[in-house]
Design a protein. Structure first.
Ligand code: FES
Ligand code: FES
Length: 156
């Protein structure tokens, strides 16, 4: 069965016809072309697909597209402003918070949600919050460092 849905994507109103089984991540990547949101697993474990839905981080592979009807979705492409990297993106770049970069969009979108609850998170809070985001490259230390630096920049 197909349904017509509309939602906000990075501030733009969009609509699409989707199958009832279409996942939100498939809608975002394949239909709406925001390929910064990645698919790294089929078990809802890796967090590469994290986006914001109505202001909170969600794994977009765990939701159906029809569940996003009327929602406000923000992907990694939606956080830079006026051609400038978001402070958290800049911090990942400066503090080597990535190697291959596959996990990075999900890491950043998760981190930005953490900062709403803890604007000045310590290492433990960051590591616990990111338990649903896997990285195969960095060993996490520089990701934690990047998030602390990004948080500092955002508080300024
Ligand atoms: S693609 Fe791995 S958790 Fe969504
Ligand atoms: S930087 Fe490669 S998976 Fe995290």
């Amino acid at each position: 069965m197909k349904s017509q849905i509309s939602l906000q994507l990075n501030g733009d109103k969009v609509s699409a016809e989707v199958e009832s089984r279409t996942l939100l991540v498939e809608l975002i990547r394949q239909r709406l072309g925001k390929t910064g949101t990645h698919i790294g697993c089929d078990t809802s474990q890796c967090g590469a697909c994290v986006v914001h839905m109505n202001g909170r981080s969600v794994k977009s592979c765990t939701l159906l597209a029809v569940q996003a009807q009327g929602a406000d979705i923000v992907t990694i492409e939606g956080i830079a402003e006026n051609g400038e990297l978001h402070p958290m993106q800049q911090a990942f770049r400066e503090h080597h918070g990535l190697q291959c970069g596959f996990c990075t969009p999900g890491m950043i979108m998760s981190a930005l949600d953490l900062l709403k609850l803890h604007p000045d998170p310590d290492d433990r809070e960051i590591r616990e919050w990111l338990e649903g985001n896997l990285c195969r490259c960095t060993g996490y230390q520089n990701i934690v460092r990047s998030i602390k630096a990004g948080a500092r920049a955002m508080r300024r």
